[in-house]
Ligand binder design. Structure first.
Ligand code: HT7
Ligand code: ZN
Length: 873
């Protein structure tokens, strides 16, 4: 099918002002009555999307249309109407239990105990009823649910409750009215046997809101942390953005059967249980943070996405990039800001940079798509958030808040574009932000090369910045972008120097932001007493790759002295990259390897470095990021070199010092969730891994004891992983113990599958195949598929990229099976093939043969066809 183009956008010919939906719900067959009040905008027939629907009846203005009076085919129902308004009534039947794609109305869990729910973003509503299923059609919804009361005691839809009662034959009903016009992708319902926890929240503008979190009975006692996070999020949005919640109730529901993380349906958020349930026995510290972040993200969408929505799906980052940025700011306020920044940039580099460097590269605002579900990407989310961060940095905190206030006020109840966003932010500040549109329209990661020249006679430092964005195949040459570069200059003693730019009367602090607008610009700093070491792109002020030819001792200086927590970590990462080159090329005495191990060993003993930062500093870039340093990728070489550099670090610190630190951290171990306890666990994990490298017997013994005594999941899983990495056979007993201990706990078992899916080496592939035979493994559950197959293909480079190509052929086979059940999940897993072109020749050929054979098939979903077609290019 032909792709959909942004350039072809036309406003809807008919809008829907009012929607009345009545559902008769049951597991095998549900009926949906829809009554739509339409208004004509353009002289065209009425066209309603509808897929997989059994049409029972169609009425226009009260008259039943016979078969010759409408056209039904190709996902569309078309008929004509004469007036400027008309009422369309349809009745359709659906089959929820047969819906394995989890789009539209489907069953979560078993027929006996499971519940019904919907997922409509992006185009799921057309699987529920005939409708102009596009985000620029905003309507008021009244929803009535009817079902058997014993089987479906809880009936929920978005909006305020508007009555409920009993019906004959053991059935009941409930009605919901949503006063806020919304696009169809935000519609949701839930029906089944669920339990709830509740809390009241009074908004800053005085509305009393009943908050309910719903889960299946065995999970309801794991929802308290999410409730606390929700209340924190509501309060934060009131304070930071002046945004209040706008209905009398807010429901949140957990399901184990979900294609993505969570969904911001108006008044009825639905969550993948992975991002809602948390308890110390089954959740790690990272997972607690993810729950807080995702609860906040979905809640923040109530304004950035729901009250102000997207005109079309090309504008997806308008809501997603903005909401990720809002969530990042919230998490930074709730936790440690530098650590959050490190985490976010690490994610951007791990997920978005490779995406943007390969065949799936696309702009934050794509100009075409053939399957929109494939554009919920790291580029739209994470790079999109970086663009909002740049805009916020450009305007400053007060200017950004004024801009956001204008954006929300001006566009409340509208479906808008990225241009509208830039205009509102700019106009509130009297600044033209349109040059930033190029960031949304151009794909690829810009490279900024920096070159500093010190003139001792003139006491002057000239910094030349150049930008270029490598063009991806077949795309137009790149325009220069506005690139904010925040910087400081350090003297050789590690002091930041006051900064006076040429032409200025006096210095303005020790940190400045210069903006590179053209391909090349020179910035001259005056009164610089000694040749400085520049700390560039502080806080990661733009989503670019910085090229500056640092000497190892310059990076060591920044790693010791940079006051910007992010750049301090960054100096360590850069230095680790150079140390990796030494280790890879056999320079065991190399200057970078020496500098890296020396500084880290000193920081290890420095009481001024806090545990959390030290844990991050002791973690060099992962195998997946390090492949970027290799022109042609050989995963085994990369893994071996990385282990050699870590071994050198462990040797430099010394096993006795590592042991002493490990024991001290263990003595303070409690299962508490406060930041200091989390930091200790994180550091303990790093220290244990170093011990296991330098002294495998000690490492194994400590890991075994830690596994047995762990008060909570973080320590337990870390110990299990260390044990298994040290010697998978020796860990077999503990692995089996974990499996028994958590039998029936889906989220804990996902971690069990994922941990083993990452174990490297020749035996990895056989291990995966025996894990597939575990009775708990199923291709029907997206979390399980991601835990085993997704983790293996994406996070186990040595195991997946076998030279014989066996794992590629196996993945192709599994993709076929997953695609027949759930195309969205198949397409996501298939993105693991993204980097095949840069593999070394033997693996590249093997991957190419598999991708070519798979992508030539005609029996694949549109989702999988789209990914494979682009990857194969
Ligand atoms: N806005 C939500 C996106 C989403 C989604 C997209 C496609 C298919 C299924 C989906 N489930 C949720 C999630 C978010 O960004 O908040
Ligand atoms: Zn979102």
């Amino acid at each position: 099918t032909a792709p959909i183009l942004l350039a072809d956008y036309r406003p809807p010919a008919w809008t829907v002002e009012q929607v009345e939906l009545t559902f008769d719900l049951a597991i095998d067959r549900a009926e949906v009555d829809a009554r739509l009040a339409l208004r004509r905008k353009v002289d065209e027939p009425i066209r309603l999307n509808g897929e997989g629907l059994e049409l029972i009846e169609l009425k226009v203005d009260g008259r039943v249309l016979s078969e010759g009076e409408y056209i039904l085919g190709d996902g569309m129902l078309e008929f004509t109407a004469t007036g400027d308004t008309c009422v369309v009534e349809t009745r359709v039947a659906l089959r929820p239990a047969e819906n394995t794609a989890f789009e539209g109305l489907y069953l979560s869990g078993s027929r006996e105990t499971g519940f019904l729910l919907t997922q409509c973003e992006a185009e799921g509503f057309r699987h529920i009823t005939f409708f102009p299923d596009r985000p620029d059609v905003l309507s008021r919804y009244t929803v009535t649910l009817r079902a058997d009361k014993a089987r479906f005691p809880v009936l929920l839809a978005g909006g305020n409750p508007d009555g409920s009662g009993d019906l004959p034959e053991g059935r009941h009903w409930a009605r919901f009215v949503d006063p806020h016009p919304k696009p169809s992708y935000l519609f949701a319902l839930v029906a089944g046997r669920l339990e709830r926890i509740s809390r009241d929240h009074v908004t800053a503008d005085g509305r009393r809101v009943a908050l309910h979190i719903w889960a299946e009975p065995d999970a309801i006692d794991r929802c308290d942390y999410a409730m606390d996070a929700l209340v924190r999020s509501m309060r934060w949005d009131e304070d930071a953005y002046g945004r209040n919640y706008d209905l009398d109730v807010f429901h949140v529901v957990a399901t184990h059967d979900f294609n993505m993380g969570a969904m911001e349906n108006k008044g009825l958020n639905i969550f993948n249980a992975k991002y809602l349930l948390a308890d110390p026995d089954s959740s790690t510290d990272d997972e607690y943070r993810h729950v807080e972040a995702v609860v906040a993200h979905e809640y923040f969408h109530n304004w950035s996405g729901n009250r102000v929505t997207c005109r079309d799906w090309f504008q997806l980052s308008l809501k997603e990039g903005l909401t990720v940025f809002r969530e990042q700011s919230f998490s930074a306020d709730m936790n440690s800001a530098p650590l959050k920044r490190i985490e976010d940039v690490a994610l951007l580099r791990r997920a978005q940079f490779p995406e943007d460097a390969g065949p799936l590269s696309h702009p934050v605002r794509p100009s075409q798509y053939s399957e929109i579900n494939n554009f919920y990407t790291a580029t739209v989310y994470e790079k999109g958030a970086e663009l909002v961060r740049m805009l916020a940095g450009r305007l400053g905190p007060e200017g950004f808040r004024q801009g956001m206030d204008l954006y929300f006020a001006r566009h409340d109840g509208q479906a808008v574009t990225i241009e509208d966003f830039l205009r509102a932010l700019g106009e509130a500040n009297g600044i033209d932000l349109m040059p930033y549109l190029a960031w949304y329209e151009q794909s690829g990661t810009p490279r900024i090369s920096a070159d500093g020249r010190y003139d001792a006679a003139q006491r002057r430092y000239r910094l030349t910045l150049r930008q270029r964005t490598p063009a991806v195949d077949g795309q137009a040459a790149r325009r220069p972008l506005p690139v904010p570069v925040r910087l400081s200059l350090f003297d050789p003693s590690g002091q930041a120097t006051p900064l006076r730019l040429e032409g200025e009367a006096a210095p303005d602090g020790v940190e400045r932001t210069v903006v590179l607008h053209t391909a090349e610009q020179v910035f001259t700093f005056e009164d610089i007493a000694q040749a400085p070491v520049p700390s560039l792109l502080r806080g990661f002020s733009a989503p670019v790759i910085l090229e500056y030819d640092y000497a190892p001792d310059e990076l060591a200086l920044l790693l010791r002295h940079d006051a910007d927590g992010f750049n301090r970590w960054e100096a360590g990462q850069q230095l680790a990259g150079l140390a990796f080159d030494d280790a890879r090329d056999g320079r065991q005495q190399g200057a970078a390897l020496d500098a890296w191990t020396t500084v880290l060993a000193a920081l290890f003993h420095d009481p001024a470095v806090d545990d959390a930062l030290l844990a991050e500093l002791l973690t060099p870039p992962g195998e997946i990021e390090l492949v970027e340093r290799q022109p042609e990728r050989d995963p085994q070489r990369i893994r071996d070199a990385r282990l050699r550099m870590l071994g050198a670090l462990a040797a430099r610190i010394g096993v006795p010092a590592l042991r002493q630190r490990y024991d001290a951290l263990s003595a303070m171990a409690r299962g508490d969730l406060d930041a200091a306890s989390q930091a200790r666990r994180q550091l303990k994990r790093r220290v244990l891994d170093l011990i296991a490298l330098a002294s495998p017997d000690d490492g194994r013994a400590l890991a075994r004891t830690q596994y047995e005594r762990a008060p909570a999941m973080t320590d337990r899983l870390a110990a299990l992983s260390t044990l298994a990495l040290a010697d998978a056979d020796a860990a077999a007993e503990a692995i089996a113990h974990f499996r028994r201990r958590y039998d029936g706990n889906a989220l804990a078992l996902d971690k069990w599958f994922a941990m083993q899916a990452q174990l490297p080496g020749d035996s990895a592939f056989d291990r995966i195949r025996s894990l597939e035979a575990d009775p708990a493994f199923t291709l029907k559950n997206p979390n399980r598929v991601q835990a085993l197959i997704g983790t293996f293909a994406r996070a186990n480079p040595t195991g997946f990229h076998r030279t014989d190509g066996a794992a590629y052929r196996w993945l192709a086979d599994r993709l076929l099976a997953i695609d027949a059940l759930n195309p969205q999940v198949a397409a996501r897993v298939a993105t693991a093939f993204n980097g095949w072109k840069r593999l070394e020749p033997v693996r590249r050929e093997a991957a190419h043969a598999v991708i070519a054979a798979l992508s030539s098939r005609r029996d694949l979903s549109r989702d999988l066809t789209d990914i494979l077609g682009r990857v194969a290019l």
